[in-house]
Ligand binder design. Sequence first.
Ligand code: M6R
Length: 598
Amino acid sequence: MCGIFGLVSARERQDLGAILVEAGQRLAYRGYDSVGCATVNGAGVIDLRKDVGRVAEVSERLRLDQMRGQRGIVQLRWATFGAPSHRNAQPHLDCDGDMVGAHNGNVVNNVQLQDRLVRQGHTLRGTNDGETCVHAVEHHFDRNGGDMVDAIRQAYDDLAGDYALLITHCDENRLYAIKKGSGLVAGLGPDFTCASSDLPSILPLTRTVLRVHDGEILVLSPEGVRIIQVDTGQEVDREPVEITESMESVTKGGYPHFMLKEIHEQPTAAAELLHLLDQSVHVDRFLEILRASEPVFLVGCGTSYHACLLGAYYLNQIAGRLTVPMLPGQFITRAAGSVGARAAAVFVSQSGETKDVLNAVKVARSRACRTLGVLNVIGSTLTHASETYLPLACGYEISVPATKTFMNQALLFLYLAYRLADRDPAALDAVPGLLESTIAVTDAPARRVAETLAAWDELYYLGYGITEPIALEGALKLKEITYTHCEGIFSAEFKHGPLSAVRAGYPVTFFTAPDDVDMMINHVNEVTCREGRAIAVAQDNDVLRSNVQDYLAVPPSDPWVFPLLATIPAQLVSYYASVARGFDPDFPRNLSKTLTVD
Ligand code: M6R
């Protein structure tokens, strides 16, 4: 997820570069692969410096902190359109170098717009959609006699997708910003104003902020901020607000922990992923390799492995492709000996740095097996080690327990299965809204179930068929952050041994897909007739409800989407149980977000 910040001051500032670098550092938690700053001085001279790398190293190399001027923009780029590179790093200049701007988000018609702009005579230096935004504004500016607001209003209609843009022209001491689906907030200081994709980069400068809504343009000058509606051109009157929360609470978006914040970010992350996949040229390449290969392995560790398990169900049941989910060590010891150039392995890793996974990639490559990556951190080792990769587009996941990255891994496999089966993936556009309503309806019941579970030190989560991966994932999440032992198993296996754990009040959780209710009622009764307590995670179903003690009902959906929705109450139960037991779910003991050791 990219981040942007811009400031316009009444005077030439010697410390402008230092302010931009500090704002960049505060945006860094969102994750990024390149950094850039543009400043404009009183004479209208634009100084643009940018490159691939971390804020501190790029700053040291290009002396970003020594940049001066009256106004400036800093951008941290998380590559989606166009590889991480100097020319795709933001900010971007327009054709004649008198405008500079940077964006945050995705312009989904980027390829078509770039073609059109090139035909109209524009010189584009890279493939990044932020550059497209700048040229789209320039295009209208050159035709309307130099009116920035009017040019931005027209460019807004050209640019499809969710984004926020900051842009300035060298002749005016103003910054312009637009918000369309991505975060944007403005700050008001004594002799400056500023705007950013998120609050933490503004708060060290001022606590007086203006909220911005989608479809609004900001005109920032040292004296104040004007808000103009894109559709009517009318000015909006809005009172600024004073921010009183601590910086820590603001960084967590007002949530007590990153984990809860990241659970709530899932609908947005899912929408971003679907946009991205619809536009990405890499998807076709990926599908081409999957179509041409046999067998196909899905390889990952921990939560990423559970996404592989679910992915294997999707690819098998929807697309009729036999895919084999494996842990990296299993791939090396059980499969690698017999794979060759006909085989493909999809390596799934949030961090892209997990050593077990990289070991398996190495072995796969040595056998000429096709290597594909699914990862969240662009620029990670897996991006280079795989032939081609698909990004998860989740932004930075700070909390050690993986939540939004699991959701997007699973959704990505569902999308690929639809494409392989020649089904229209537009059917998945309902997923973000369903995730949102699932969070809303399961939050309170999940909190109650968490109180029940928090009293036990060993538990079982059961799934049947397509919900087995969710039972395993829910159990892992619970173990990871509550330090309770929880085993996730195929529900039909429970009677073959673990059933002996059941006694009065013993809670067993059943993840039940709509088509498996009848089967699951048998498994539920094996527990309840021995005085156990059955908890169901399912779509609403009267018969199932009458057989269990607690019910976490998720909204009705397509059966393939059900496992995604059922994941949410599992995440929430773990989160609330961890808090109830007095632990910090974000940083569980002994664990690390990125495991680069064997
Ligand atoms: O970065 P990766 O996806 O390769 O990480 C794999 C596991 O270490 C990770 O999923 C771990 O299981 C999570 N912390 C679980 O929430």
